[in-house]
Design a protein around this ligand. Structure first.
Ligand SMILES: *Cc1c(COP(=O)(O)O)cnc(C)c1O
Length: 365
């Protein structure tokens, strides 16, 4: 290996899928969340593997992400979590299924499906039960039902909602209230619809913490990629993505010399720095600079010294036996994304999704 790669272990994905499935009642379906390039990995490879594993549904955030999956031959139903009205023609053209989260969106989608003479086009009605992000809030379900009964163009495939703090034991009361709110929304909708769509509310942490909220389907993202939001769950899951690079150059640094832009690091004693071909344009936030972040070289932590550059970082290898060309692991197998992201008060979600598209993805089966 002579450059920076993101290795994607599809066996780890398969393991995580099986582990999460083992938490579900036998007839509960699973939706794999593959938004944001499958959490920074590679959405087509991940979606194909999940399809092969028998996943019931996929979800993306935006329409273009779903179009890319369809163009790559993915046949599994795809829910678009945050569709935008100007993309509705693309949604229909590629048989994507929109989340309908407001009367404005419902009206616009009804108009376009009717104009195209469509019948029973699958949609998913989203309720805001406390996250206050997207979804119908404080509505009389009768008003939604009235719109739905007035058209033959739409069919409600599912009713869903999203939890705000399913990973946080201190927010248990709030989460239970969200589940109850959703049950109420669903009850009123089902009574008026005349048929029973699927219900789903759980993300990864809810699969683990709220087995009573599995309903008909659960939606897992971070868990599939190997992170469970607790130490205990992290041990049972396997990271799919490992970000690796190599040492480009090693410098001996004498006392008083500085390293990097703005001379942000001054050597307090004689030492060695290693320059690595990865920088903030690759997803290594500038916040990791000045000793806050580190990389793993030959099993040891090498702190990032000075400022993170656009395309490079310099790390302190004074105490590490290494040479130019040696492998460096930033996160993944052998370097916890949880521990690294915690150094800048972040979370693995942010670290793993930030890996830029210029970094090669290498699939390992
Ligand atoms: C991203 C997302 C998920 C996945 O959440 P994880 O915590 O990664 O499992 C589920 N549902 C919705 C609506 C999302 O936006």
């Amino acid at each position: 290996m002579s450059h920076t790669v993101l290795e994607l272990d599809l066996n780890a994905l398969s393991h995580n899928y099986d582990y999460l499935r083992s938490k579900l009642e036998p007839d509960v379906k699973m939706l794999g969340v593959v938004k944001a390039y499958a959490y920074g990995s590679a959405s087509v490879a991940v979606a194909k593997k999940l399809e092969e594993k028998g996943i019931d549904y996929l979800a993306v955030a935006y329409t273009a992400e779903g179009v890319a999956l369809r163009e790559a031959g993915i046949k599994t139903p795809i829910l678009v979590l945050h569709p935008q009205i100007e993309n509705f023609d693309q949604i229909i053209k590629h048989q994507l299924e929109p989340s309908i989260y407001s009367f404005r969106v419902l009206k616009a989608f009804t108009e376009i499906t009717e104009a195209q003479g469509l019948k029973a086009y699958p949609i998913h009605i989203k309720f805001n039960t406390g996250l206050n992000r997207l979804g119908f809030k404080d509505v009389n379900e009768k008003d939604i039902l009235e719109q739905l009964h007035a058209t033959e163009a739409l069919k409600v495939k599912s009713l869903f909602s999203h939890l705000a703090a399913s990973e946080d034991p201190n927010e248990r009361t709030f989460t239970l209230q969200q589940i109850e709110n959703f049950e109420n929304n669903a009850k009123h909708m089902i009574a008026g619809l005349g048929y029973t769509p699927m219900l789903h509310q759980s993300n990864t942490s809810a699969i683990i913490n709220y087995p009573q909220a599995q309903f008909d389907m659960v939606r897992s993202g971070i868990g599939l990629y190997g992170y469970g939001n607790t130490q205990e769950e992290d041990l049972k899951l396997k990271p799919v993505a490992t970000l690796k690079t190599v040492i480009s150059q090693i410098h001996d640094i004498s006392i008083g010399e500085t390293v990097g832009y703005n001379r942000a690091h001054t050597a307090a004693k004689l030492g060695r720095s290693a320059t690595l071909p990865i920088g903030h344009a690759d997803g290594i936030s500038r916040a990791y600079g000045k000793g806050r972040g580190y990389v793993m070289i030959n099993g040891k932590k090498a702190p990032i010294i000075g400022n993170v550059c656009m395309d490079m970082i310099m790390v302190d290898v004074t105490k590490i036996d290494c040479e130019e060309g040696d492998e460096v692991v930033i996160f993944g197998k052998g370097a916890s994304a949880v521990a690294l992201s915690a150094r800048i008060k972040s979370i693995p979600y942010e670290l793993i999704t930030a890996v830029s598209q210029r970094i090669e993805r290498k699939i390992i089966e």
